[in-house]
Each structure stands twice: as structure tokens, then as C-alpha cells.
Design a protein around this ligand. Structure first.
Ligand code: B3K
Ligand code: ZN
Length: 885
């Protein structure tokens, strides 16, 4: 490991208030790809809460031209400049700073700060990109009012946008023009944005509930105006939903969404000027799938909701990131569920959330990057935009609602805004608002923010015939994580129901609790101690427990279910999440047995009871197709890998494929019948019912193609050729590729049809990367394709990330070639874009769980990356944590 210039760890406990606070910021940009001049005039004053007398500004990769303090030019001896900061010691109480700097946007491949994408200028400032534009106290607890003057060539950059309201625009004479923008709201620097580009927009005047009219715009490159309707519709739905559900109104006269093809993540909530990855804006039936449409709705909602949860009330420091992210993910989840509107629709979105947690968050929480929802330390904050901060953070917010009820949660939200509008606050402030608004003690609930790791809740039950009493005993433990060997009990809401022998919900009366007139069929047990027993009265016969209904807490639930009980729940549970869960448990038990059998070279078999249970759900027309599709999807190879002591990726793949093949063969007639019954003829619509039918039909097709007969291949080819939308076309192509049949002609025609649609070309790479027939050599060959580039994050993700994360049998090839390839690509990407490289680096997080022979290769690959002389802090942090004990 390198020892020089070891990166610094930043600790939450070291927080100090800023020495100076900023009142106003006036920014002037002379935009030029090679040499942009930034003039920055800041008025600031000493923070009465601080004893500091030095002005400390952050700055990176920018060149200081001149610096004035209260009108006087400062000599180099009057300030200290380092590669990352500018300090003016012993400054006066009231200060006007005028700072002129230079930067080179076209050379900025990190996509953080000011950069060029396809000839246009964009910015990305969260978390610490503003310091790559100008010197500034670039921390979220410094909030100021911004005025921005943009000047640029008029022909090349006809559109000039920034936050807030356009207050002036005009020509400068020399072929250049200008636009002046003013944001009426105080904001932290991470919410600053500008766009200077050749773009066109779909716009609409929209009337808020209050009667005020606002201007909504979706900006895209020319040629993409046929793909903006859904984003615009989603924006209007988001605005309406936030008014209705939370009483929150859009506070600006103008709200803009701008799409850019080169972007590190999904989108960014800059005040009034959201900048989006094209992936979450552009859609029409020809190029976008149902999943893409759902993603657009969720991300448009998410960024819009940040306007209140994130922008109006922001984070004191980056350790509080989940304050805005967990809450805003929860809000976008609720928005998507409400947009579907039905109970099963809601459950389907919930099941998706559970799958994401198990696929990505539980492994993170058990691996070398495990951290609490509110981390205690970090090296590179960009590494902490994680599934823990986002998705587990959303679960934590959801638990408030489960504990306090919808109305109680709303009261807490109202109090939060009443207390903190315009402030930069902490996760504790949110918890206090929830507690105070409801007169509840939520002290113990704080542990969800401070303790990492996934809690395990173990249940045991006892039925007492004589007393007609059913006892549920719940115990909790939480595995040790880095720096946290011992955990204290969490406050866990465990929603429980009891089913009778006919599968009906029993009315529940808890011993010691007041008995309401109409006994509920689900109760939320509050587990706060290591072990607690709850007694249900008046139970006439031994019931089947339905535990953790709705996945009421982000925990692992252990209960010794018999097969008969699981089959009972799988057929009858009124809670759709637990009904699905019963099917997953039935499958997982068998997958684990099969995995051992594959490894031992034993004969494989699947019992008829299991097949019959799947048949029943598949053919039950009273169930939503979307729900049936979810029950048919077996636990992923990644999720299975988390359940075994030593991971043998080939055995897991073999076991899962065997189960898929066996189900496909045994249920062939039913799958074909569902395939035909769930067609969606006529004009495409992305609504949940149609999407659910397509999902069920396409999962049926995928099962048929695991070991296809000629007819099945013909069916897939026909769907591929005749599809009227991308959902069906892509599903058919993917099934063909995965079947192992020769799909080269279909792949070629798909490419030829869509080579000018970047997002579809991404799909083309992604599908091939994830196919078990694609080995390292094939991926290397795809990298030679003229459409491949490491510089575009979407493209890099489509090929490399899908190979590393979605193609376990090839990535984990026995000779270690997958890992060598991974090391090579992490190193190559790090030179271009450290944030993206660090994400790819995470693919090796769980390396210590693999079979010893694989671990040798994995360690070698990790060490090869670690040995590089010039690594970014981003990659260095991930790799060192993976290698440390
Ligand atoms: N807040 C941004 C994420 C910024 C990531 C910086 N590495 C998007 C979002 O969560 O809405
Ligand atoms: Zn967010």
C-alpha cells in the first residue's frame, strides 16, 4: 500500500460551525470550453457562533487570477493557497471578497463541477463540485442568495440557464449574449447549477392548487422532443401529489428539468434547475421500457420533492445526508405507490423495495463498506451516496409512519418545516419533530441512525389450547460491523397477523392492550428489548403467523416455518408482501439444497408440491399479473450467495438454472396460456395494469426459453420482430440471448434499428453483459465496438457494471480472468472519472465470502489496484476498506 499523502478521514464528531457566513454571492461566467473565467463576489460576515477569524475557502483544479478583499487587491503574502483551499487569516468582521479564477470545462472528465457534454456546458455540484468552479466555503451549512450572470457565444450556446428567475437577457454585440438569473431563496452551494447549451424545450403553464401559475420546462437536445411527455406529466403529478399529501407547494415561478447524456448518477435537485441523466427523462414507447417509465416517474418525483426535503430544509453537514435522501426516497416511493392507487399496486412497489434492500443494502451492511444511516466518518463523501443512506434511510423514515400512523407522520412533517424552514439541520432534528408532534419518546429510535448492520429478529411461538392464547416471542440481535462490535437493541415495529386453518385473518386482541370494538387483523408489535413476548387472546386453534407484514422493518426475520405453513401463507396471506415472501422462502430453502447438490455432483430434483404451489399462483386470475410476475422471479444469485457460508457462484448459478428449467418444463402449458392471455394489444400505455401484464407475459417467455423447444424460440423471435414497444422487444431479445440459442442476427438488427438512440445502445450492451454466455473475452470484444466508451458513465455502467454485478458465473470464472479485467477497468476509469470508478470498485466488496480458490484471485486483483501510485481518494477508500481486516 502507498504510504505517501494518505487520504484524510473526516469525522462527524469534529464538526465545527463555519467562521464566516455568506449573505450574497454574485457570479459572473465567461463561458469558454478551454478557458472559462469565473468572477465571484461574496459578501460575508463573521459568524457570532464561532471564535474563528480566518476565512477558509475550498477550491480544486482552478487557477486563481486575482483576489480582492473589501476592494483591495491582496498580495500573495496575505493569503495561503493549497491545492484544495484558500485561507485569508485574521479577516475583518464584514467582508466583500472578489475572486477571479479560471477553469477548463472541456478537460473536466470527472463530471463534477463545470463540464462539457456533447458540446454543451453543465454543472454538478453535490457534494463538493462547487469548489471546482470557484473558491467558496463549500459546505451545506453555508446558505446564501445567488445572482448569476452568464455570458457565452450565442450561436453555440443559445440557451443560458441558472437557478431561480430570469431577470435580464440580451446581446453583447460580439456574437455573444448574456442572461442574468436570480434565485430568491437562500441555498447551499451544492444546489448551484448552470446550463449553457443548444437545447429545445417542452413547456407548459401549470396552475397550482392555490391558483398561482408556474412555468414548467423540460429541456433536451434537438431530436428528443418526442420523448419529453412522460417527464412533464410526471412533474405535474409530483407537484399535485406534494400539495395533496404533504401540503407543500412549489415555491418558484419557474421549474426546469434539463437532460444531459453524460452524468454520474440519476439526477440532481438544483434549486429550480434540476439536471437529469437522459435515462430519467427521455421516453417514448419505441425506446423506453415499462421499467424506464417507472424510473422516470420516480426520479422526477424524487428531485421535485427535494425542493422541500433537501433544499428548503437542508443538511448541516454531509454526515446528515440521509436526512434529505432517506426522506426523499420515502416520499418518491409513496408517490409511485399512490400513482398506481390500488392496494396490490402498492404492494408490488413495496416488494420491489424489499428486493432492492436484499440485493444491495443487506450485502452492503454486512460488508467492508458497512456504515450507519448517519455515518460517523468518511474519506470521500461521494462514496456515501449509498443504498444504506438512501434505501435503508427510507426504511427508517417509513418506520416513523408505521409507528405513528399516517396522520402522526404528517404532523411530524408539519412541525419539521415549521421549525426548520430555511435551515441546515441534523437527522436528530427530524426525529425530534416526529417525537414532539406526537408526544412520543423516540430516544431509542436513534439507534437506527447510529448502528450499522442488519438486525436479525428471531421469532418463536407457543399455542396454549387451555388458555386460548397464542404467544409470539421476538428476539433481536445485530451482527458486529467495522468499529461497532456490540449493538444495543433497536426500536423495531413488527407488523403481525394470524391466519386460521382456512387462511382467513383472525381478529387480534393483545393481552395487556386496550381492546378496540373492531379487533384489527394486523397489529404492530414494538420490539424494544433483546427479547419480548406478546400474547394474543381468544385464539381457538393454533394459527399460522404472518410476521413482519409489509416488511415493517429492514431486518432479517428468522422463524422456523414448516413447508406446510409457508404453503398456507403462499396461498392465503391477505398481506401481499408476506404472500410473496412465503414463495421466496419456499424457493430459497430448495435453492440452498440444490446449490449443495450441484457442488457435490449429486442428482438434482424439485418436489411436486413446490411446482404445484407455483402453478396455483401463476394461474390464479384473481391475482394481479404484476404480483404474479414477482412471485415467479426466484431469489437472485446475489441474494442466494448471501445465504451460504462459502460462495460457489457456479453452483448457485447451476441450482437456480435447474429450478428455472424445471419450472419452465413442468409449467409449460400454463406459461404458454399466460403468455397468450396477457397480451396488451392496441396503443402502448405505461400504466401499472398494462405493465403488469407485459411483465407476466415476458417472465413466462423467459421461463419457456430456459430450455426452449423450437416453438418457443419461434415465439420469442416473433415477439422480437413484431413488438410495438421496447418493453416487449427488449424482453424477447434478452430471452433469446439468455436461451443460449444463436441471437446474433437479432442483436445485429436491434443495433441497426437503434444505433442513434444512446439509451437503447446502452440496453444492447447491458443485455449482452449480463448473459451467462458472455465471458471476459466477449466483453473485451464489446469494448472494441465503436459505440463503446469509458468516458460516458451510462455506457461504462451498461457493459462493465452489468458484467461485474449481473453475470456471476462469468465474472467469477475459476481462472480469475473476470477479476483481472475488473482491476484493469477500475484503474482505467479512475483516470477519467473517480466517482464512477469507485462504484465499479464496490463489486468486490464481498470477496471474503467466496471459495478460497477464488479469494486468492480476488485478493490479487484488489492488491493490483491498491498498488497503483496515483489512485483517487474515491477508489482508494473502497479498496483499502475491502482489504482491511
Ligand atoms: N442528490 C443527488 C445525488 C448527488 C450525488 C453526488 N455524488 C441526487 C439525488 O439523490 O436526488
Ligand atoms: Zn436525492
Amino acid at each position: 500500500m502507498r504510504t505517501d499523502s494518505s487520504p484524510q478521514t473526516i469525522f462527524r464528531k469534529d464538526y465545527t460551525v463555519p467562521a464566516y457566513l455568506v449573505d450574497t454571492v454574485e457570479l459572473g461566467f465567461d463561458l469558454d470550453p478551454d478557458r472559462t473565467i469565473v468572477a465571484n463576489r461574496i459578501t460575508m460576515h463573521r459568524n457570532p457562533a464561532s471564535k474563528g477569524r480566518d476565512i477558509v475557502l475550498h477550491g480544486e483544479e482552478i487557477e486563481l487570477v486575482q483576489l480582492r478583499l473589501n476592494g483591495k487587491l491582496l498580495a500573495a503574502s496575505q493569503y495561503r493557497l493549497t491545492p484544495t483551499s484558500l485561507t485569508i487569516p485574521k479577516a475583518p468582521a464584514e467582508v466583500v471578497l472578489e475572486i477571479e479564477t479560471l477553469c477548463a470545462p472541456v478537460k473536466n472528465t470527472t463530471l463534477s463541477g463545470l463540464y462539457v457534454s456533447n458540446g454543451n456546458f453543465f454543472t454538478q455540484c453535490e457534494a463538493e463540485g462547487f469548489r471546482r468552479i470557484t473558491y467558496f466555503p463549500d459546505r451545506p451549512d453555508v446558505m446564501a442568495k445567488y445572482t448569476v450572470m452568464l455570458r457565452a457565444d450565442k450561436a453555440r450556446y443559445p440557451v443560458l440557464l441558472s437557478n431561480g428567475n430570469l431577470i435580464e437577457e440580451g446581446d453583447l454585440g460580439d456574437g455573444r449574449h448574456y442572461a442574468k438569473w436570480e434565485d430568491p431563496f437562500k441555498k447551499p452551494s451544492y444546489l448551484f447549477a448552470l446550463v449553457a447549451a443548444r437545447l429545445v424545450c417542452q413547456e407548459e403553464r401549470y396552475t397550482l392548487k392555490s391558483g398561482r401559475e408556474v412555468l414548467l420546462q423540460v429541456w433536451v437536445e434537438e431530436g428528443n422532443l418526442d420523448k419529453t411527455d412522460y417527464a412533464m406529466q410526471s412533474l405535474k403529478n409530483s407537484i399535485r401529489w406534494d400539495e395533496e399529501r404533504f401540503g407543500l407547494e412549489l415555491d418558484l415561478d419557474r421549474f426546469m428539468i434539463v437532460a444531459v447524456g453524460d452524468f454520474n448518477m440519476g439526477a440532481m435537485e438544483n434549486k429550480g434547475l434540476n439536471i437529469f441523466n437522459t435515462k430519467y427523462v427521455l421516453a417514448n414507447p419505441r425506446v423506453a421500457t415499462d421499467v424506464d417509465y417507472a424510473g422516470i416517474e420516480a426520479v422526477v418525483g424524487h428531485e421535485y420533492f427535494h425542493n422541500w426535503t433537501g433544499n428548503r430544509v437542508t443538511c448541516r453537514d454531509w454526515f446528515q445526508l440521509s436526512l434529505k435522501e432517506g426522506l426523499t426516497v420515502f416520499r418518491d416511493q409513496e408517490f409511485s405507490a399512490d400513482m398506481i392507487g390500488t392496494d396490490t399496486g402498492r404492494a408490488v412497489t413495496r416488494i420491489d423495495q424489499v428486493r432492492t434492500l436484499r440485493q444491495a443494502q443487506f450485502p452492503e451492511d454486512a460488508g467492508p463498506m458497512a456504515h450507519p444511516v448517519r455515518p460517523d466518518s468518511f474519506v470521500e463523501i461521494n462514496n456515501f451516496y449509498t443504498v444504506t443512506v438512501y434505501e435503508k434511510g427510507a426504511e427508517v423514515v417509513r418506520m416513523y409512519q408505521t409507528l405513528l400512523g399516517r396522520d402522526g407522520f404528517r404532523k411530524g412533517m408539519d412541525l419539521y418545516f415549521e421549525r426548520h424552514d430555511g435551515q441546515a439541520v441534523e437527522c436528530d432534528d427530524f426525529r425530534a419533530a416526529m417525537a414532539d408532534a406526537n408526544g412520543r419518546d423516540l430516544t431509542q429510535f436513534e439507534r437506527w441512525y447510529s448502528q450499522a448492520g442488519t438486525p436479525v429478529v428471531t421469532a418463536s411461538t407457543r399455542y396454549d389450547v387451555g388458555a386460548r392464547c397464542y404467544e409470539v416471542t421476538l428476539s433481536q440481535r445485530c451482527p458486529a460491523t467495522a468499529g461497532q462490535p456490540d449493538k444495543l437493541p433497536f426500536h423495531i415495529p413488527v407488523a403481525v397477523g394470524l391466519l386460521d386453518a382456512n387462511g382467513k385473518d383472525l381478529p387480534l386482541r393483545l393481552d395487556g392492550a386496550p381492546s378496540p370494538k373492531h379487533a384489527p387483523t394486523t397489529v404492530v408489535l414494538e420490539l424494544t428489548e433483546a427479547t419480548q413476548t406478546f400474547r394474543f387472546k381468544g385464539i381457538d386453534a393454533k394459527p399460522t403467523p404472518s410476521l413482519l407484514r409489509g416488511f415493517s422493518a429492514p431486518v432479517v426475520l428468522e422463524y422456523d416455518y414448516t413447508d406446510a405453513e409457508l404453503l398456507h401463507l403462499f396461498s392465503h396471506d391477505s398481506d401481499p408482501v408476506n404472500r410473496w415472501e412465503a414463495g421466496q422462502r419456499l424457493a430459497m430453502e430448495r435453492l440452498l439444497v440444490l446449490t449443495s447438490a450441484v457442488a457435490a455432483g449429486d442428482t438434482l430434483a424439485l418436489d411436486d408440491t413446490f411446482i404445484a404451489a407455483f402453478r396455483n399462483v401463476l394461474t390464479d386470475d384473481t391475482l394481479d399479473p404484476a404480483f404474479r410476475e414477482l412471485t415467479l422471479i426466484l431469489p437472485s444469485e446475489t441474494i442466494i450467495a448471501e445465504q451460504v457460508a462459502v460462495v460457489d457462484p457456479q453452483a448457485i448459478h447451476g441450482a437456480r438454472q435447474f429450478m428455472r428449467r424445471t419450472l419452465g418444463a413442468a409449467l409449460r402449458p400454463e406459461l404458454l396460456a399466460q403468455y397468450h392471455a396477457n397480451q396488451t394489444p392496441g396503443a402502448y400505455s405505461p400504466d401499472a395494469v398494462s405493465a403488469g401484464k407485459r411483465a407476466l407475459k415476458n417472465v413466462a417467455l423467459a421461463y419457456l426459453l430456459v430450455a426452449p423447444q423450437d416453438d418457443d424460440l419461434a415465439l420469442a423471435r416473433q415477439q422480437f420482430e413484431q413488438a410495438t414497444n421496447m418493453t416487449d422487444r427488449a424482453a424477447a431479445l434478452s430471452a433469446l440471448i439468455h436461451s443460449g440459442a444463436d441471437a446474433s442476427a437479432s442483436l445485429a438488427s436491434f443495433y441497426a434499428d437503434f444505433e442513434h438512440e444512446a439509451l437503447v445502445v446502452d440496453k444492447w450492451f447491458a443485455m449482452q453483459a449480463a448473459a451467462p454466455g458472455t465471458d471476459v473475452a466477449a466483453v473485451r470484444k464489446l469494448m472494441q465496438h465503436p459505440a463503446f466508451t469509458l468516458k460516458n458513465p451510462n455506457r461504462a455502467r451498461s457493459l462493465l457494471f452489468n458484467f461485474a454485478n449481473a453475470n456471476p458465473p462469468q465474472f467469477h470464472a475459476a481462472d480469475g480472468s473476470g477479476y483481472d479485467f475488473w482491476a484493469e477497468q477500475v484503474i482505467a476509469l479512475d483516470k477519467i472519472n473517480p466517482q464512477v470508478a469507485a462504484r465499479l470498485a464496490r463489486s468486490m466488496d464481498r470477496w471474503r465470502r467466496y471459495a478460497p480458490a477464488l479469494q486468492v484471485h480476488m485478493r490479487h486483483a484488489l492488491e493490483r489496484v491498491a498498488a497503483r501510485a496515483k489512485l483517487s481518494n474515491d477508489v482508494l477508500e473502497v479498496i483499502s476498506k475491502a482489504l482491511s481486516n
